[in-house]
Design a protein around this ligand. Structure first.
Ligand SMILES: *Cc1c(COP(=O)(O)O)cnc(C)c1O
Length: 242
């Protein structure tokens, strides 16, 4: 990967907020049909310049809770970045989009009760002074951005819990005014604020539909670490050339 990036360094965009997207990929290439693990694979890395994710600043998204569909179940492959996981998620995503929502909020496959992920991102809720995200129990992707958010928030003294969070608890927190912020985390967007949530036929605003202060602080801090504008106490950056 280091060699490839050096080779393609002219493609690294220089503008603020832009980046070179790097996507390691592996596909089976055996010239055969059959349901079995392949004996031949091709590993390759796609790189491509991407523009800034928020050209007009943050715009909180609207998310759609589905109780009908699930992307991942215990014992499955939901914790891997595997193509098949996306196949299971596309239909619900289209339904959400047609109804005017940006992403689907996925619940656990068994009880359809506990928050798991949102779209292709990890999900965080700030309830009172507790930042809550789903635990890594095999059905969610252990995102690197999820890990960065947890470590940064903890280093700022925020109470972070990796625990099960039910929709009942989310709704009670919205009703009682304790749900202060919600956001998704993933490499491309870093963090993406959630301003509204659709659940059981009703829309519920979160944080007054505005981006919360913790969401904004996390975004700025991670971006500045990525650009070398801030110290990187966690060793996330790697120099590949002088
Ligand atoms: C990629 C992905 C994430 C986010 O992972 P990052 O490593 O932070 O980019 C979360 N959930 C799913 C399902 C994903 O595919």
């Amino acid at each position: 990967m280091k060699k490839l990036i050096l080779l393609e360094k002219e493609w690294i965009p220089r503008g603020s907020g832009t980046s070179l997207y790097i996507r390691p990929t592996m596909i089976a290439t055996e010239p055969a049909l059959g349901v079995h693990p392949a004996h031949e694979y091709l590993f390759f890395i796609i790189v491509g310049p991407v523009g800034t994710y928020y050209p007009e600043g943050f715009c909180p998204t609207k998310i759609f809770v589905t109780e009908e569909y699930c992307r991942s179940a215990p014992g499955g492959t939901g914790y891997c970045k595997a193509g098949g996981n996306y196949a299971a998620s596309l239909y619900a995503g289209e339904i959400a989009k047609n109804m005017g929502y940006t992403q689907v909020l996925w619940l656990d496959a068994i009880e359809r009760k506990f928050v798991e992920e949102v779209g292709t991102s990890n999900m965080f809720f700030m309830i009172g002074d507790e930042l809550i995200t789903a635990p890594l129990t095999g059905t969610i992707l252990p995102g690197v951005t999820r890990d960065s958010v947890i470590r940064l928030a903890k280093s700022w003294g925020v109470k972070v819990s990796e625990r099960r969070l039910s929709m009942d608890e989310v709704m009670a927190a919205i009703g009682g005014g304790a749900l202060r912020e919600a956001f998704a985390s993933g490499t491309a967007a870093i963090v993406s604020p959630v301003g509204q949530i659709y659940y059981r036929g009703k829309e519920h605003p979160i944080g007054g539909g505005k981006t919360g202060p913790l969401t904004e602080r996390l975004y700025n801090e991670i971006l500045q670490i990525q650009y070398g504008m801030k110290d990187d106490p966690f060793g996330w950056s790697m120099k590949i050339a002088d």
